[in-house]
Design a protein around this ligand. Structure first.
Ligand code: NAD
Ligand code: G6P
Ligand code: MN
Length: 444
C-alpha cells in the first residue's frame, strides 16, 4: 500500500445513502486512507442536515480528515481523486410519479424498470453529464464511480456523449444477491466466489459460481434459489429489508423456473411477471412512499438528532456494509489491485453474439489503467432476445434525449416488455411528459 491519501467528493451529498457511505469509508481507512472528504449537491437545504451530522461524525472519529460541503461546483470538484455519484434528479417526489403514473394504466410502476425507469432516465442523463463535466473541468484526472440510476440508461448516455470520460457505472444488486448466495452455501465472504454473469443492468443472469478451491456451487445454489428464491438467506445488511424487498427475493424462485440452468437477477421480475407485480402494487402507496416513510425519515431524523445533541456517539446510523464494494473499486483503480467487479461497460464482444455497442453488465478486472472485460461467450436465444428488446429501450431513450424526439421515446415505451400496447404506451407517455416538463428536454 502506498502512502497516498485520497480526496473524495460525494455528489448527491443529500442522499439517504451518504451517511452509510461515510461510515463505511471510516471503517476502511486502513486500506483506503482519506485526506479530504467533500459533499456536493445542487440543493443546499437537502444536503445540510446530512452534512452537519457527518461533520460531527468525522470530528469525533477522524478529525484529521478535512471536511467541507457545498453547492458550488468549483469548490466541490476541485482537488478530488474520486467522485462517488448518487444523485436523484427530481427527488422522491418525481420517483413517486414515475411509479404511480404507469400504475394508473395497469402497468408496472418502478424506479428503474418500465415507463418509470424511462422517465427517470430522461431526467438523470442531464444531471449525470453535468457532474461529469464539473469533474473533468476541475479535476481532470479523477474517476467517477457512478451509481445514480437508472444506471443502464445513464451508462448508455455517457458512452455515447462522453466516450472518453473516466466514469464507471456500477450497481449493488448483484453484490447483495451474492452475499445471500455466499450465506446459502456457508461461505463467510462473497469474495470467495468466482462468477460468470452477463446481462444489462437490472437484467442479468449468473451462469457459473465457483468457490476459491474451484468447487462448482451452481447445483446447490440453483436448487436453493429454485425453492426459496433469495429469501432463504437474508443478509444482515440494513438495506433491502422491507417486506416489499423480501417479496422480491422470494419471487426469484419463479424467475428461476424460466431458465433453471442460470440464476437470475431479482429485477427480471418486472419483465416476466408484470401482471403479478401490478396486482400486488397499491397505486396509492408505492415504493417511493415506503422509502419516504422509512429510510428517508430515519436517516434525516438521526442526522437532525446528531446535530441537536452535538454528538454521534449513540447514533443508530449504520455503516452501509455491502457498499464496501465502492471502496474496493476505488482501491482497485488507485492501488492497482486487479480485483474483479461486475461493471456496466460497452460490450465490445464480451458477449459474443450481442450488439458490440450495448452497455452490458459483465465481470471485469480493474486496475490503475481502468478495466478489462472477461469474455462471456455466446448467450442463449432466450436471453439474447430479451436483452435485444431491453437494450433497444435503453438506446431509444438516449436517442430521444439527444434528438428531443417524442417519436423515439414512444418507441422506447412500446418496446418495453412491461407495456402491453402502443396506445397504452402513448397515454402513459403523455402523462409522464406533463409531469416531467421541468426536467426533460423539449420533445418534438
Ligand atoms: P435521494 O433523493 O435521497 O438523494 C439524491 C440527492 O441527489 C439529493 O440530495 C438531491 O438533491 C441530489 N441531486 C439531484 N440532482 C442533482 C444534481 N443535478 N446535482 C447534484 N445533486 C443532485 O436519493 P437516494 O434514494 O438516496 O438515492 C440516490 C441515488 O442512488 C438514486 O439515483 C438511486 O437510484 C441510486 N442508487 C443506486 C444504487 C445502484 O445499485 N446503482 C443503489 C442504491 C441507490
Ligand atoms: C437496489 C438497486 C438500486 C436501487 C435500489 C432501490 O439496490 O440495485 O439500483 O436504486 O435497490 O432501493 P429502494 O430501497 O430505494 O427502493
Ligand atoms: Mn442497481
Amino acid at each position: 500500500m502506498t502512502e497516498k491519501k485520497y480526496s473524495i467528493v460525494v455528489a448527491g451529498g443529500g442522499s439517504t445513502f451518504t451517511p452509510g457511505i461515510v461510515l463505511m469509508l471510516l471503517d476502511n481507512l486502513d486500506r483506503f486512507p482519506i485526506r479530504k472528504l467533500k459533499f456536493y449537491d445542487n440543493l443546499a437545504s437537502r444536503q445540510e442536515p446530512i452534512a452537519k451530522a457527518c461533520e460531527i461524525i468525522l470530528r469525533e472519529r477522524a478529525p484529521e480528515i478535512e471536511f467541507a460541503y457545498t453547492t458550488d461546483p468549483e469548490e466541490g470538484f476541485t482537488d478530488v481523486d474520486f467522485v462517488f455519484a448518487h444523485i436523484r434528479v427530481g427527488l422522491y417526489a418525481m420517483r413517486e410519479k414515475d411509479e404511480k403514473i404507469p400504475l394508473k394504466y395497469g402497468v408496472v410502476g418502478q424506479e428503474t424498470c418500465g415507463p418509470g425507469g424511462i422517465a427517470y432516465g430522461m431526467r438523470s442523463i442531464g444531471g449525470v453529464l453535468e457532474i461529469l463535466d464539473y469533474m473533468e473541468k476541475y479535476s481532470p484526472d479523477a474517476w467517477m464511480l457512478n451509481y445514480s440510476n437508472p444506471a443502464a440508461i445513464v451508462a448508455e448516455a455517457t458512452r455515447r456523449l462522453r466516450p472518453n470520460s473516466k466514469i464507471l457505472n456500477i450497481c449493488d444488486m448483484p453484490i447483495d444477491l451474492m452475499e445471500k448466495m455466499a450465506k446459502m452455501v456457508g461461505l463467510k465472504d462473497r469474495k470467495e466466489m468466482q462468477i460468470s454473469y452477463y446481462g444489462l443492468n437490472h437484467f442479468g443472469w449468473w451462469t457459473e459460481i465457483y468457490d476459491s478451491e474451484g468447487n462448482d456451487l451452481m447445483p446447490q445454489l440453483r436448487k436453493e434459489v429454485g425453492e426459496n428464491g433469495f429469501a432463504g438467506a437474508l443478509s444482515d445488511t440494513n438495506q433491502h429489508v422491507d417486506p416489499s424487498w423480501i417479496e422480491t427475493f422470494k419471487k426469484a424462485r419463479d424467475i428461476q423456473q424460466l431458465d433453471p440452468e442460470t440464476i437470475p437477477n431479482t429485477y427480471l421480475k418486472y419483465y416476466f411477471f408484470p401482471d403479478y407485480v401490478v396486482s400486488h402494487s397499491n397505486p396509492e402507496h408505492t415504493r417511493a412512499n415506503e422509502v419516504i416513510e422509512g429510510r428517508e425519515k430515519f436517516v434525516f431524523g438521526e442526522c437532525r438528532s446528531i446535530v441537536s445533541k452535538g454528538t454521534a456517539v449513540d447514533t443508530k446510523l449504520e455503516l452501509d456494509a455491502h457498499a464496501s464494494y465502492i471502496v474496493d473499486l476505488a482501491c482497485a483503480l488507485a492501488e492497482n489491485t486487479h480485483e474483479r467487479f461486475l461493471l456496466i461497460v460497452p460490450n465490445e464482444g464480451t458477449i459474443e453474439n450481442f450488439d458490440r455497442t450495448a452497455m452490458v453488465e459483465v465481470p471485469c478486472i480493474v486496475s490503475k489503467k481502468g478495466y478489462e472485460r472477461i469474455v462471456q461467450g455466446n448467450i442463449p436465444q432466450f436471453q439474447k432476445g430479451l436483452m435485444e428488446q431491453q437494450v433497444s429501450v435503453e438506446k431509444l431513450v438516449v436517442d430521444a434525449w439527444i434528438e428531443g424526439s417524442y417519436q423515439k421515446l414512444w418507441q422506447a415505451l412500446i418496446l418495453s416488455k412491461t407495456v402491453p400496447s402502443a396506445s397504452v404506451a402513448k397515454q402513459i407517455l403523455d402523462d409522464l411528459l406533463e409531469a416531467n416538463k421541468e426536467f426533460w428536454p423539449e420533445l418534438k
